[in-house]
Structures are given as C-alpha cells and as structure tokens.
Design a protein around this ligand. Structure first.
Ligand code: SAH
Length: 213
C-alpha cells in the first residue's frame, strides 16, 4: 500500500476542514502512513476520516480526532508523554514525532506486540510500549509532561492526575462508555487542576485489568 500524493492531499484536506490547523501536528500526520497501522482490507480505507477495526475488538481512532487531541495536548519537543490505549500504535507514532519520549500502555499484550513491530518497521526509536492496566498510569516513569488517554473513563483516573507534572496537560474522553462522551483537557496548576471541555466524541471504554489476548 503506498501513500500516494492524491490520497495524502485529500487526507490533509479532511483534517484541516475538521479543525486540525496546527502545522506541526499536520506535518507529523503527513509523515505517518496510517495504512502501516492497519491489517488486510482495512488498510485500503486508511485515508478515510473514519475509525476502523483492529485486533482484539478495538478500533484505530478517526484521523481528525487523533489530530484534534494531539493539537489540544500542545506537545513540546522536550516532553515525556504517556498514552493510555496503544491500540494500533498510530496515535503514539504521531506523538513520537512531537515529543522526546512516548510511553504507551495497552491492556492487550497482542496489540502491544504488534505495535512494537510496526514502530520497529518504521524506524521509530523513542516509543516504549508496555502491556498493563493504563488506568494506573506508569508510576515508575512519572511524572509526565503530557498524558493522552484514548479510551473513555467515567472520570479522569486519579493515578493519572497524580502522575501529571505541574504545568502538564492531559487530554481524555470522559463519560458513560455507550453514550456520547466529552473530550476534556485537564491542566495541572500549582494548587489544583483546571478543566475545559473540547467537544463531543465517542471512544471504546477504558476497562480495568488485563486483556485476554
Ligand atoms: N490510540 C489507539 C486507539 C486506541 S482504542 C490508536 O491510535 O490506534 C483504545 C485502546 O485502549 C484499546 O486498544 C484498548 O485495549 C485500550 N484500553 C482500554 N482500557 C485500557 C486500560 N485500562 N489500560 C490500557 N489500555 C486500555
């Protein structure tokens, strides 16, 4: 599957028309071929602005949502970032171009193994993919400058709030799993947390414990 000039233009046009305007985010997405993160027939639909199925009954997020979340995270080149919900690895690959180091956690071992293989095939060296329950964060690597959660919890998990550096930003969907959720942005200040709502979204649920595969 090649990432042709025409497909790339349409892909970037769709991102811009849905509000992804940050030049660094757009160029990271332009350099990251989404088809590399999909298997079989789904790879043919890689450039459509739609979520698609991946292994373990999970989904790769819609590209414009990936773009909007990445943009809202305001990643700096020196940042250490935690992503909860590796899935295909696509979101982590985009973060890896904007940050110093990315830690990504998924509860399915199979997804982590496949994502690692994809990162290696693409020559990405600054992502550490870990199998585990990301609702506990990654205490041994905390604090993080940025945290991105790509599965929906009812509320921001308190271990994640605790692992966010002062001045740090976390972007995550919150709400009941089978209804519309809100994408929120949490900023840690000296004396607490500031919350703002970005938009409505729909994500797979954040599930506690390890996956079976
Ligand atoms: N960011 C992914 C899409 C993630 S879909 C991508 O770019 O492809 C959401 C992922 O969150 C799924 O892979 C699911 O297994 C994972 N997940 C759900 N609950 C989790 C938990 N408690 N800890 C870690 N991962 C979790």
């Amino acid at each position: 599957m090649t990432w042709g000039a025409e497909e790339k233009m349409q892909f970037l046009f769709a991102l811009r028309s849905r509000g992804v305007t940050d030049g660094r985010v757009l160029s990271a997405m332009e350099r990251t071929d989404r088809a590399s993160f999909l298997r079989g027939l789904f790879a043919e639909r890689a450039y459509q602005d739609t979520p698609l199925p991946i292994a373990c009954g999970q989904t790769i997020s819609q590209p414009s949502v990936v773009g909007l979340m990445t943009q809202a995270l305001e990643v700096n080149p020196r940042d250490k970032v935690l992503e909860v919900g590796t899935g295909s690895g696509y979101q982590a690959a985009i973060l890896s171009q904007l940050a110093r180091r990315v830690y990504t956690v998924d509860r399915y071992r199979r997804l982590v193994i496949e994502a690692r293989a994809t990162f290696e095939a693409l020559g990405i060296g600054n992502i550490t993919a870990v199998t585990g329950d990301g609702s506990h964060g990654l205490p041994e690597q905390a604090p993080f400058d940025r945290i991105l959660v790509t599965a929906a919890a009812e509320d921001p998990p308190s271990p994640l709030l605790a692992q966010l550096r002062v001045g740090g930003v976390m972007v995550l969907p919150v709400g009941q799993s089978d209804t519309v959720q809100s994408l929120i942005r949490v900023t840690r200040t000296e004396d607490g947390f500031d919350y703002s709502e970005l938009r409505k979204v729909r994500f797979v649920p954040l599930v506690e414990g390890m996956g079976e595969e």
